[in-house]
Design a protein around this ligand. Structure first.
Ligand SMILES: Cc1cc2nc3c(=O)[nH]c(=O)nc-3n(C[C@H](O)[C@H](O)[C@H](O)COP(=O)(O)O)c2cc1C
Length: 149
């Protein structure tokens, strides 16, 4: 089945734990209802979200997200078809930004918006790869299925 993958970046407006918890709660409820999955990478200076699912459902949810006043400068970075979800088990995962992603200076200098499709996608692929037991067919208890980084 062909799915839509959409990745956008934005700048949080009024970011704190409560705001984030409310966003995630809504996202998890609504997305689960519409079989949309993905993850939200977040930090005070950055939201980077991946959404995957039926095209119409992803578009409808993204239209609401784009109008949300809890962030600004919403910019689509990747929009494409896919047959495989990167986060099939997550209506909306929460991924605090990692040190290997962009620095604050890079974000404020526009590095996220300038990144290529492959660079953006590589961030999400790395997050998946860092999950213990991500190698399909291997039990999670198998040592080589675990990431030591
Ligand atoms: C950074 C960010 C990410 C969001 N992610 C989702 C999401 O994945 N799914 C969702 O339904 N709403 C998400 N929301 C919330 C929507 O913008 C909106 O508040 C929600 O869909 C409810 O809209 P409604 O009250 O018009 O039905 C997100 C909001 C922000 C600021």
């Amino acid at each position: 089945m062909t799915l839509k993958r959409l990745i956008y970046a934005s700048h949080p407006f009024g970011f704190d734990d409560l705001v984030l918890a409310n966003i995630l709660k809504t996202a998890q409820t609504v997305n689960a209802r519409h079989d949309v999955t993905g993850t939200l990478i977040c930090r005070e200076d950055l939201y980077l979200q991946l959404l995957e699912g039926d095209r119409a459902n992803v578009d409808t949810i993204f239209e609401k997200i784009a109008r949300d006043d809890r962030h600004t400068d919403v910019e689509i970075l990747v929009q494409e078809n896919t047959t495989q979800r990167l986060f099939p088990a997550w209506a909306m995962r929460h991924d605090p930004a990692k040190s290997w992603m962009w620095t604050r200076e890079q974000v404020s200098g526009g590095a996220v918006e300038k990144a290529t499709r492959d660079e953006v996608l590589a961030i999400f692929v790395r997050l998946v790869a860092e999950e213990p037991g991500h190698l399909s067919g291997l039990p999670t208890a198998c040592p080589i299925a675990r990431s030591n980084n």
